[in-house]
Structures are given as structure tokens and as C-alpha cells.
Ligand binder design. Sequence first.
Ligand code: ADE
Length: 237
Amino acid sequence: MWRATLLTLFPAMFPGSLGQSLAGRALANGVWSCETLDLRDFGLGRHRQVDDTPFGGGAGMVMRPDVVDAACEAAAPGGRPLIFLTPRGKPLTQALVRDLAAGPGAVLLCGRYEGVDQRVIEAREMIEVSVGDYVLSGGEPAALVLLDACVRLLPGVMGAVESGEEESFSAGLLEYPHYTRPAEWEGRDVPPVLLSGHHAEVAAWRLEESRRATRERRPDLWNRCASHGGALAAAAG
Ligand code: ADE
């Protein structure tokens, strides 16, 4: 069973919204497990203090290395990677998600306040991961994102149709747009090629739409994905 352990000051956030979704059903079916450790339980003194003021001055508080380390120890990572969710981290990509989903699980440290003492991040060889170039009030929503992305790839979670081919990002392109009935809605038609029954033309149209969307919306992906020159039969389905 793929095993997630969350180190958080807000254990009630897990499995949280995932409980209603695909990942929630997978959790009920025993495909994965989700346990939380309350960082407060490892806090120091009468007030169970988990943070302190930053050396060098500045605003906010920093989580203490001894407190975080004790929680990491209690999590018993075994062979699981220890991931710290932070806007300072490397971007969460589908490639990283695939690697994590193929492993035994993950221990996810959700930070609050201004950060976590860097020494425990290094001592525990944590992987610092960001879910995007914006700042959340804490790592918990980022951990939910990471979990959702991993769990849907676990064996038996997704329907047979989607699981083989990966949609957006597998080929380095954004997905093409989708249409269903009615064929005409509020004066808007479905692109005629999709009603033509010509599978090769449909595939060509979808590939071109994928390429166009990637070029227009994600020049960063477009320039990196070597999709120029038609190297990507995959995206054509
Ligand atoms: N914590 C706060 N912002 C974050 C982000 N963008 N990614 C991961 N963890 C975070």
C-alpha cells in the first residue's frame, strides 16, 4: 500500500477534500493510506512551542529544527522520500509525480510561518517542492495537490482508458479542447472535423490544437518540449 504521512500543525486538513474524490475512494479501498502527525505534539515546554524568531532578525517565525526532526523520526520514513512543501522548492512536475507514485509513498512536511530551519532540511535530506509561483499560507494545500496527483496514478485508481496514455504533459504539450453533445449549443457549433468520422483528421486536428495551446499559453513548455518538427506522434493519440 502506498503510504502518505503528513507532518502538519493542521492535521484536520487531511485527507480533507480528497475524501470526496477519486483519491478518497482509493483511500477507502485501501490503495493508499494517509496518516497525520501533529507537529504540536513535538513542541517544547508548557506551550508546546514549535517555532522561534529568526536569527538575523526580520518578520515572522521559523520552525525549530529539533521539533521538526523529532516529528520526522516519529514518521518512520523507511524508504520513503521526505518532502518539504515550500515556494522555494523545485517545481512539482508530472515526471516527479510519476516517480513518487512508483515508490513506496512519501512523508510530507507542511510548513507554516516564514519557514523551517535550513539545518533540518539538509540533515534529513528533504526534497523541497513547490506547486507553483505563488505563496500559500502554508504547505497543506500544496500537499493535497501532490497527493491527488500521485494517487490517481496508483494501480487500480484510474479507469483503464486514461491510465495508459497520459493527458497533458506526458507528450510535453497541453491537451486539446473537448466537446460533447449537443452538437449545437447557444449558437455555438462543435468543430466540424470532430463530427466527420475521419479518425486521422481528428487526430491531426487535436495535435494542432495541442500545439497551438502550448505555443500561446505556455511558451516555456513549447520551447523546451522539442515538439517542433512533429516528433510527437503520441499526442495525436
Ligand atoms: N507553501 C507556501 N506556498 C507554497 C507553494 N507555492 N508550493 C509549495 N508549498 C508552499
